[in-house]
Design a protein around this ligand. Structure first.
Ligand code: RAT
Ligand code: ZN
Length: 413
């Protein structure tokens, strides 16, 4: 490796290390949401990714596990994944990275020392420390207007930390309307599961009230592989008659998270969801039929990644984002990021963390940065070899696009 090449790679690495990030999809809440903001060792260890991995080791009857207290669950997971096995998986090794970055000695790590190092209630200083360690400046939450714990927080005078932004998540309304009709009616909206009578204008009124209340940066919902569009069914009608027009009127992008097959194993509760290869055609149809709507899209299956990138080349109202959940692993993020750069240049959103526990921001963004360093250094190195002048300012601009401004430009377009 020539000096020039190694200096170039070192420069790219330094830029990626220093980049400040907007985390555009998480399950974290601002501190003012109280106990909804999870942190500490027991929350970290009972992350649902680790719960499902632990069952492969302890093989407890599901109901026995759920009867345990949180502290007992985390002790069981610690034993299964960190004592009886090496923590090699993405989620398990992430706990070790967090411990190291928060000052524990990984060589002498115990459940006790992890519990002592990570507070279970976040002070403002601790939140700042974690955000600084992760290099994250802004966090987008996932806000479910049908969740009772969250609804209790959204009073008219509710104000929260300006580093946090809302995203209105409509899974319940889009996928299980019949289940939320009683709640809608209790709130004073005349909606019935068949969308009869005043249901459509009433759903619009509901959505507008929640947009007014939460001021979201986008509206979102997830679907499995049964998503079709155009669709004369209930979901298609809600999309056409409620969600798309309201998004247009309020200049809001719609995020579609495609390929999550829910509750494949209901006994695993939140950990029981799986993946499905889905069709990209409904997404193309949405983009072509609704040029005035903007769509943020992520797909869960590895097999869908190539098609969705090609679709993004065809539609500038489609923004590909993140490597979601089961494709958020070191090797797949690298593969997907290389492919996206090769087909789209730096015009996508490289990653979101999906963090559910505050400290996860640290390892999740550390991993993104290490992949971005490898991939970008290779790409700039080739440009430099071909004689292109790669400046630090250009690299800073491109990295900033990938982890921050592509998101903001798209949602504010
Ligand atoms: O990754 C996760 O934590 C999943 O449980 C899901 O919440 C997923 O990210 C989603 O947003 O539906
Ligand atoms: Zn998520």
């Amino acid at each position: 490796m020539s000096m020039d090449t190694s200096a170039l790679r070192a420069m790219v690495e330094d830029v990626v290390d220093r980049a400040r990030v907007t985390d555009m999809h998480t399950h974290l809440f601002a501190p003012e949401f109280g106990s909804l903001l999870l942190c500490g060792a027991d929350e970290l260890l009972t992350f649902h990714y680790l719960i499902s991995e632990s069952f492969r080791v302890h093989r407890m009857p599901y109901s026995d596990f759920w009867r345990l207290s949180k502290a007992e669950q985390s002790a069981q997971i610690w034993r299964s994944l960190f004592v009886e096995n090496s923590p090699l998986s993405e989620a398990a090794s992430g706990v070790i990275s967090v411990a190291r970055r928060l000052g524990c000695d990984p060589a002498a790590l115990s459940l006790q020392s992890l519990r002592e190092a990570l507070p279970s209630r976040p002070t403002p200083e601790y939140v700042q420390r974690v955000l600084d360690a992760a290099g994250v400046d802004e966090i987008v939450m996932t806000n479910d207007p049908f969740d009772p714990a969250e609804r209790a927080c959204w009073t008219d005078t509710f104000r929260y930390d300006p580093r946090f932004y809302a995203a209105l998540r409509l899974d319940a309304m889009m996928n299980r309307l019949e289940q939320v009709c009683p709640l809608l009616r209790a709130d004073g909206y005349e909606v019935d599961p068949q969308l009869g009578g005043k249901s459509v204008p009433e759903l619009k009124r509901f959505l507008e009230a929640w947009i007014e209340r939460t001021q979201p940066v986008y509206v979102a919902f997830s679907v499995a592989d049964d998503f079709v569009y155009p669709d004369g069914g209930i979901r298609g009608r809600i999309l056409d008659e409620v969600v798309l027009p309201v998004c247009r009127e309020h200049k809001l992008a719609l995020a579609l998270m495609v390929g999550a097959r829910r509750q494949v194993n209901p006994q695993l509760q939140l950990a029981g969801d799986s993946v499905a290869n889905a069709s990209v055609r409904p997404l193309e149809a949405l983009c072509v039929n609704h040029p005035d709507n903007r769509f943020l899209v992520t797909m869960l299956s590895r097999e869908n990644q190539h098609e969705i990138v090609v679709a993004a080349r065809k539609f500038h109202n489609l923004m590909v984002f993140g490597c979601w959940w089961f494709v958020n692993t070191d090797s797949l993020v690298e593969e997907i990021t290389r492919m996206r750069l090769e087909l789209l240049g730096p015009t996508f959103i490289a990653q979101h963390s999906d963090a559910r526990v505050l400290e996860q921001l640290i390892y999740k963004w550390d991993r993104v940065r290490s992949v971005l360093k490898r991939v970008l250094a290779d790409k700039y190195e080739r440009l430099a070899q071909d004689g292109w002048c790669v400046t630090r300012a250009d690299v800073e601009r491109d990295v900033d696009r990938l982890v921050r401004t592509n998101f903001w430009d798209f949602v504010r377009w």
